[in-house]
Design a protein around this ligand. Sequence first.
Ligand SMILES: N=c1c2ncn([C@@H]3O[C@H](COP(=O)(O)OP(=O)(O)OP(=O)(O)O)[C@@H](O)[C@H]3O)c2ncn1[C@@H]1O[C@H](COP(=O)(O)O)[C@@H](O)[C@H]1O
Length: 105
Amino acid sequence: MSFTLDDLAAIVSARAGSTTEASYTKSLLDAGPARAAKKLGEEAVELVIAAMEGEPRAIVAESADLLYHLVVVLQQHGVALADVLAELERRTARSGHEEKASRPA
Ligand SMILES: N=c1c2ncn([C@@H]3O[C@H](COP(=O)(O)OP(=O)(O)OP(=O)(O)O)[C@@H](O)[C@H]3O)c2ncn1[C@@H]1O[C@H](COP(=O)(O)O)[C@@H](O)[C@H]1O
């Protein structure tokens, strides 16, 4: 499995500029920031419910919905996924966990 959030962000970015294909992503972006933010909130609540019920398959499905809608909201506001990851990296460095968090080469 090699699909990454970067791959998803690239697809969402391409859909944002698309004028030809029928696309849920495009329609969500065109509906404006409030619509995408509301969907993100709904997906977060659905993940909370799945987590409270403790059903792993539902948690996977709702996590996927949440990550997708997060990427859409980032795209809508021109925020790069790399900036979010850089923020996480800064926090990791600050907490002194950079060695544990570093991946093998
Ligand atoms: N990962 C996703 C993804 N996850 C969820 N969804 C869509 O998110 C929508 C909302 O999900 P809900 O369960 O809330 O459904 P709903 O209640 O009927 O939706 P609403 O009426 O509330 O909007 C559904 O239409 C799902 O298909 C996604 N749509 C697209 N992607 C990715 O985006 C790419 C481009 O998709 P299109 O923009 O459709 O071409 C796809 O190849 C995927 O990689």
